[in-house]
Design a protein around this ligand. Structure first.
Ligand code: AMP
Ligand code: MG
Length: 343
């Protein structure tokens, strides 16, 4: 009798502890890839999985950082012309990046780096280049000049050109981490990599993750709206994320490859929701440059699977139809005009 009672108590305790393990979040925050990373995961093994995730990001950054002398990407511009053998990660990331450059008609162009640098966005020593310099910079932006050789896992770039994966790396990394966590048996996690949110599964109680979209005009990072998702990435590009002001004009870090200057398309923030974090990140940058009409055309073409939210200069919002049921304006923003873009 006594033994049965003890066993019963033990079982009850196990269930209680089991419940704790499933619902207690494990959190990990660190600085990498020029931003704050904030990872939360639930379930058995979450602690180890997040430690592994941080390790992965730190390693990846060594390979792809444009400012680290010894990275694959820095080497690529330094050796100019000669093939550089790169890590598996760098190669895979470059492959997806080039596909997205092509799919966006070159709005995304990972060789925009000389222009990003000339405007001072890499150092914080901001300046407005003159027209002659801008013309020269425009001629240096050409992702089609980047050649990849799968058999030797090597990449080359002509003299004067330079690549930068800042527009795609965090989303791509978020997707890799997603796959890693799933492999480790994690069913519920939210990974925030700066403006990139990658969710794994849904919340522990089975409900959707609610991801806030920042008000691009807010100085205090207020949320304008939210979308509810499960197992998807939500990635935002906004002029507010890095900019400077000169003579009353604002210049931000997203460069239009056609002008080598900050993109002015009427879009002040672009959010992409989709099943592939890499695609979402590349497209968030591209849609910011493409503007409302070309973004709608790209979405309608069905070449890539994604949904989007654009905030325009006049404060109005465009959302693609797939988000209609999960997009919600926050309190204080209920009077915003929202246009649903139909297929
Ligand atoms: P994101 O925050 O994903 O929109 O990426 C912005 C970063 O991508 C910038 O800080 C630049 O390093 C880089 N970048 C700027 N313009 C472009 C462009 N047209 N194509 C690719 N990368 C860009
Ligand atoms: Mg991006």
């Amino acid at each position: 009798m006594g033994r049965i009672r003890i066993t019963g108590l033990f079982l009850a305790l196990m269930l209680l502890l089991g419940g704790c393990v499933r619902t207690d979040p494990v959190n990990r925050q660190f600085f990498a890839m020029d931003t704050i990373m904030d990872f939360t995961a639930f379930g058995t093994g979450a602690e180890e999985a997040l430690a592994q995730a941080e390790e992965y990001i730190v390693d990846l950054e060594k390979n792809i950082s444009v400012t680290r002398q010894d990275s694959d990407i820095a080497m690529l511009s330094r050796v100019s012309g000669d093939p550089v053998r790169v890590s598996e990660n760098t190669f895979a990331l470059l492959e997806q990046a080039l596909e997205l450059c092509a799919a966006t008609g070159g709005a995304l162009d990972i060789t925009a780096y000389p222009a990003v640098k000339a405007w001072g966005f890499t150092t914080g020593e901001y300046r407005v280049p003159g027209q002659e310099e801008l013309d020269e910079l425009t001629a240096l932006i050409d992702y089609t000049a980047l050649k990849m050789d799968k058999s030797t896992r090597s990449v080359s770039l002509p003299k004067g050109l330079a690549a930068d994966l800042g527009a795609v790396a965090k989303g791509w990394a978020g997707q890799r981490l997603h796959d890693m966590l799933v492999e480790e048996g994690i069913e519920s996690a939210m990974l925030v990599l700066g403006g990139n949110v990658q969710t794994v599964g849904s919340k522990p109680d089975g409900s959707l993750w609610r991801v806030g979209i920042q008000d691009p005009d807010s100085d205090v990072g207020a949320y304008l709206a939210s979308v509810s998702v499960s197992d998807k990435a939500v990635v935002t590009s906004g002029g507010y994320q890095r900019f400077f002001e000169e003579n009353g004009q604002i210049y931000w870090h997203i460069i239009d490859p056609d002008t080598a200057s900050p993109a002015r398309s009427g879009v002040i923030s672009a959010t992409i929701v989709g099943a592939d974090g890499g695609v979402c990140d590349g497209l968030s940058t591209a849609l910011f440059i493409l503007g409302a009409e070309e973004s709608a055309a790209l979405w309608r073409s069905g070449v890539l699977d994604f949904e989007y939210i654009l905030v325009l200069e006049d404060g109005s919002i465009h959302i693609s139809q797939g988000l209609e049921d999960t997009f919600t304006l926050m309190n204080g923003y209920q009077n915003r005009k929202v246009t649903v873009i139909a297929p």
